[in-house]
Design a protein around this ligand. Structure first.
Ligand code: ADP
Length: 643
């Protein structure tokens, strides 16, 4: 049996206290169907909610089957509701996106029943209420009476001791009401306590006991049939410890919820994908550029020469070269001057390109073995190599045709500050070199004697150098030479260093775009948060129902956090797909439009994509925290009343 002793309950409004229950003493017995009668507002629902453990009394004791449960903690109450109580509501409160069968399964899901067990039991219960053929119907495909029968089946799922029904026939016609009461009567006859709140005087013939309330007190208890005082008898359904909603089920429930509002959630995910798209594209571009740099350099050899110049000094004099030569472990020092050249071929075609000073052939290995793509390295005066692109423009697509051709060149030393006179000369093409990533950075190569001639021809630049190329006696001396030169006030770096610099610029640009993407990620997280918040509001009654069925706070939180993760991860997937389409399109355009068959500027790495999808999901989790906590904290009594 259960008993309430001296129960009191008040509501405190701003300036007054309303006493809703006053000195309630009540005993309820298994096998009995009791009616709780009284005018609207007399406190019936409040009493019922206290019995059901979704509301708490201010004073008094609640004894359940000999055990004082008055001071249960929140989690105990949830578990108590799950296993001891079955609620039946006037408005049914079936979860709208679950079928009749799944609604019945809900409290068994919360309690961790296996799928086969709960399915079998739910079908059994549907049969009991005469709705076996409606198992896969959604609540809105059922009549009011049918909904209430499903609700009764649900209340019986975990084989509770008490069924608490708050005006279960209030929304039904008399025929359906009769049917519902019949089922509840049968349930009570199976040894359960059934308490039905009603203000209707009809259907009283089902009652074993009438409890009449007025203004918060019980003023009459009328025993109609003989009292049965046996202790509650029940086979224990699931004697395990309180179980949390398992992840598989949580994911399934969340997916169901997401599907239910698929357009809203898809749009949110598309919004969330924009920031992700930016980040993935930056990452892919970074991959592409890094690989390009790596491939274009034979790192070992690139490291073996050092570029040396002085800050603030435009042209360096031969004295500087002498000083550098004296540094320990320096093997050779060569002038390095870059030029801008315009080329005229015999057939009067003109091209402009930049040209570097190459070191004498003895040290050509510093450019790597694949530097020359056709022909040979220029060694003598009036010899040069051309980038493939320039050679093709001048002499046609067959690169071999360029070799041996004589051209006129007008060169100008390229410097930051000064503008130097041009020098005219003639030269022979000895070979071609690979194009660079973009035409503007293509570079021809002057043989060392040619570069010297062009430099010295102009009195302003005679014997001067913009930079010196230093060859160390061995590779492992590079660092010590650089350090020494630095202490002498020079700027000294290897080819790799200057490539690092390019990398740094790329990184800086990526950081800038990254920041913009980050802002859009923050915006999309807020958006996900709002969508979930709206969803919590819309599903307030559903959350109340889940709590009445015995869901823990953490179960409710988990559902919303999982939904947040899923929306976020979906946004991540959209972002990844979108960026792959854009990146591949850009690669295709570069390949076809710029005739660069080998350049893959955007490169995607599977592991990066997976990380970014997970990251996006985690942002969704972060965004879901506030709505999820709000949902889990909802007071079940208030939530169930929510309109
Ligand atoms: P019944 O079920 O008999 O119609 P209730 O138990 O719902 O009555 O309500 C009893 C009284 O408590 C009513 O006067 C109602 O206005 C008041 N009441 C119920 N809930 C609240 C609340 N959250 N705050 C203040 N008063 C409330």
């Amino acid at each position: 049996m259960i008993s309430l002793q001296s129960i009191e309950k008040s509501y405190h409004l701003s300036n007054q206290t309303v006493k809703v229950l006053n000195n309630i003493n009540l005993a309820l017995y298994p096998g009995e169907l009791s009616y709780l009668l009284g005018e609207s507002g007399c406190g019936k629902s409040t009493l019922l909610n206290i019995l059901g453990g979704i509301d708490k009394a201010d004073n008094g004791e609640y004894i359940f089957d000999g055990k004082n449960v008055t001071n249960f903690k929140e989690k105990d109450w949830a578990y108590f509701r799950r296993n001891k109580i079955g609620f039946v509501f006037q408005t049914f409160n079936l979860i709208p996106h679950l079928t009749a069968l799944e609604n019945i399964e809900m409290s068994m899901i919360l309690d961790g029943f296996s799928k086969t067990d709960r399915r079998a039991r739910a079908l059994e219960l549907l049969e009991l209420v005469g709705l076996k053929d409606r198992a896969s119907h959604l609540p809105n495909q059922l009549s009011g009476g049918q909904k209430q029968r499903v609700a009764i089946a649900r209340s019986l799922a975990n084989n509770p001791d008490i069924i608490l029904a708050d005006e279960p026939t209030g929304a039904l016609d008399s025929e359906n009401s009769e049917q519902i009461m019949k089922i509840l009567k049968e349930v009570s006859q199976q040894g359960k306590i059934v308490l039905v709140v009603t203000h209707s005087q009809e259907l009283l013939h089902f009652a074993d006991k009438l409890i009449k309330m007025k203004d918060g007190t019980i003023n009459e208890v009328k025993q109609i049939t003989v009292k049965n005082d046996s202790p509650i008898q029940k086979e224990k359904m699931n004697s395990n410890k309180p179980k949390k909603l398992n992840w598989g089920t949580t994911v399934k429930l969340s997916l169901r919820n997401l599907k239910n509002k698929k357009w809203r959630n898809t749009l949110t995910a598309i919004g969330a994908s924009i920031g992700i798209l930016g980040i993935v594209l930056i990452g892919a571009l970074g991959n592409g550029i890094n690989e390009k740099i790596k491939n274009s350099l034979d790192l070992k050899t690139a490291n073996s020469s050092i570029g040396v110049y002085k800050k603030g000094t435009e042209l360096l004099s031969p004295k500087v070269a002498e000083e550098i030569k004296k540094v320990k472990d320096v093997k050779a020092v060569y002038t390095y001057n870059p030029f801008s050249i315009s080329i005229e071929s015999k057939n009067e075609k003109k091209e402009t390109v930049s040209a570097d000073t190459l070191v004498p052939p003895k040290y050509k290995k510093i450019y790597g073995n694949s530097y020359i793509t056709n022909g040979r390295y220029p060694t003598k005066n009036h010899e040069l190599v051309l980038p493939e692109r320039t050679a093709q423009k001048l002499f046609g697509n067959n690169l071999k045709k360029a070799i041996g051709k004589k051209i006129k060149i007008v060169s100008q030393l390229m410097a930051m500050k000064g503008i130097y006179q041009t020098v005219q000369t003639e030269a022979t093409v000895t070979g071609t070199v690979a194009n660079s990533a973009i035409p503007i950075t293509d570079s021809a190569g002057f043989s060392y004697p040619l570069a010297m001639e062009v430099t010295n021809e102009n009195p302003e630049t005679q014997n001067k150098a913009l930079q010196y190329t230093v060859i160390p006696s061995s590779i492992d001396k590079v660092d010590s030479i650089i350090n020494k030169l630095k202490t002498k006030g020079y700027i000294a770096e290897t080819e790799e260093d200057s490539n690092k610099e390019i990398s740094n610029y790329v990184t800086m640009a990526s950081v800038a775009i990254g920041l913009l993407s980050a802002i859009s990620l923050v915006v999309s997280s807020i958006m996900i948060g709002i969508v979930l918040y709206v969803s919590v509001l819309e599903r307030t009654r559903e959350i109340g129902t889940l709590k009445a069925l015995g869901a823990f706070k953490s179960d409710i939180r988990r559902i919303f956090v999982t939904e947040g993760f899923m929306i976020g991860a979906l946004g991540g997937i959209f972002g990844v797909i979108g960026s792959m389409i854009l990146g591949k399109l850009a690669n295709f355009i570069i390949k076809e439009g710029f005739n660069k068959p080998t350049l893959q500027l955007f490169q995607f790495e599977a592991y990066q994509l997976i990380i970014i999808i997970i990251f996006s999901g985690l942002l969704g989790v972060l965004a879901s925290f506030i709505p999820a906590f709000r949902a889990s904290k909802l007071n079940p009594v208030e939530a169930l009343k929510y309109e």
